[in-house]
Design a protein. Sequence first.
Lengths: 182, 453
Amino acid sequence: MTIEIEQGIDDGVLHARMILQYRIEGFLADEAALLDTHDYDNWVALFTEDAHYFMPIRRTMLRRELSEEFTKPGEIAYFDETRESLRLRAIKFNTGAAWAEDPPSRTRHMITNVRVLADDGFELSVESYFHLYRTRLKSEVDSWVGRRVDRLRRAGDSFQIADRVIYLDQTVLLSRNLSNLF
Amino acid sequence: MTATARLTDIIERSVSLEQGEIDRRIFSDPDIFELEMDLIFGRSWLFLCHESQIPKRGDFVEAPMGRDNVLVVRQRDGSIKALLNTCSHRGNAVCRAEQGNVRNFMCTYHGWTYDLDGALIGVPGRAQFYGDDLDVTKHPLKSVAQLDTYEGFVFATFDASAPPLYDFLGTTGRLGLDLLALQGDMEAVPGVQKFVIDANWKFAVDNLFDFYHPQITHMSAMMAWLGGVTVGKKNKDENGARTSDGKDLAIDWKPQDLSNLVVLGEYGHAIAGPPVELKPDFPGLDRSFVYSQPYKERLGRVGARVAGNANIFPTAWISPTTTQISLRIPRSATQTEIWWLSFADRNMSAEERKVLVRLQNQSFGPAGMLEQEDGENWAQSTMQTHGHASRTVPQLLKMGTGRGKINTDDGLRWIEASTNEHGQLWTYASWKQWMLGWDWNELYDHTTPGDYI
């Protein structure tokens, strides 16, 4: 197999794609910065009213049954949020009594491999890889790596997140909690 | 002092029912942990799964029994067997998926193949290399000693001399499971949350009875869910909690804090928490079954007022409110794997099921609005037991000590009191009896509650 590179693309089309890619990557980097600076109110504002934020359970399955690797919406998940429940999480962090984040975790969201999977003019399906690195207290280190698929809705020159599915690469989570967002 | 004498000495003095004090060494001493594997997890009935997780022939899930991993397998005749996931030949796991459907289990080391019931049915080169003198009937996958179900919940034990599951559960354990099972025609919702906490398993167990901690530990979740300002509001307690910068943390004790129902059972089972009539309704979930006549008749006058939380000793937490079971699985003295299994009534409306699954997904588990904070508490409590001086400070369970009058009705031993630590203390007192290595009859006698705790 070879990776096919499109031939003979019109320069105008290519420029439009580059600008779109630039805007999406900028949006995702800005979003990550909000999480890493614990600016949860502004982060929640990036989601549409009807947004769904979902981190399914991943299971170690045999190759022939890999289609059942992830749970689906309506089943058990690590995160299964609406914009309203994300807002409640932001409130929780801001109460001054969210002890698992006080002292706060030190986090770094690295977002890479951004690919536009589909674009209907209204919404885009965008895949990205992430590495969320966290240290907490004196000696706790966590590292979560995975893939996100976002449905980004155009909002002027920027976007809103209408749907995010977070596919973590761990099955049994090797950390004491997920007090951070992805 | 010999190593055994040292352990016996620690265990005998580890739990004081009179003082409400626990020796912190039992939370990180590796020798104590080894003994727990032998005397508790090697003998007790342990929760494996729910029947609905393996509906079809050849369906299996892997489940923990202490540090052992067993494959719980639906047989061709519809029965269930639990087999150690270790090849009789060289010990490799015969299955490395956590669930699925198979015709048989083949070890990927040399190809030894086992039937669903564990029988060794395939040995490559059996005639050529073994000269046919390998007796395959002698080398099946090792099975658990006993397996049984109660209301669809599957349990097993490695001890052939353990009493039947029904008797092991007793009135308290059966009530604990009934609180979930009788909510309808229950089935497992697909997906088990699994995560690892660097904490001793007993901290995770004792917390489920603890209705003293939510107001502080989960203050932020309560404020987000219920609204209201807590930090900085004048505290009603004269000497209550204050933040590091001197602000009061106002806690309004609610009726459910002032009246808790506690049930203590043989072998260490226990239930503690607010009674049914003081549990707040959850919007969108129909809880009227707890007032129905068949439910009340089945559970009895006291039992029908109990709302949880229950622990089937040693580690199966029944959460009736969220219809979930959480396992606190010991991996080492200082590492515990937490599993959350969720259930729903098959006859529930799609709308109500959606509300319930959201509640299950958002409350507990590693990202749960509540459980985020718990892991940090238990991890820090465990870490401090390593300190040479810190470990000499006793763990305190003094709330209501000696004041818990135990009533007996319908075979249930129960206490009604304001928020207390009776459930936790009973768990540790029973833990101590398990660790003294009594036979089953003696253990029953030594874990039968008296008139007071």
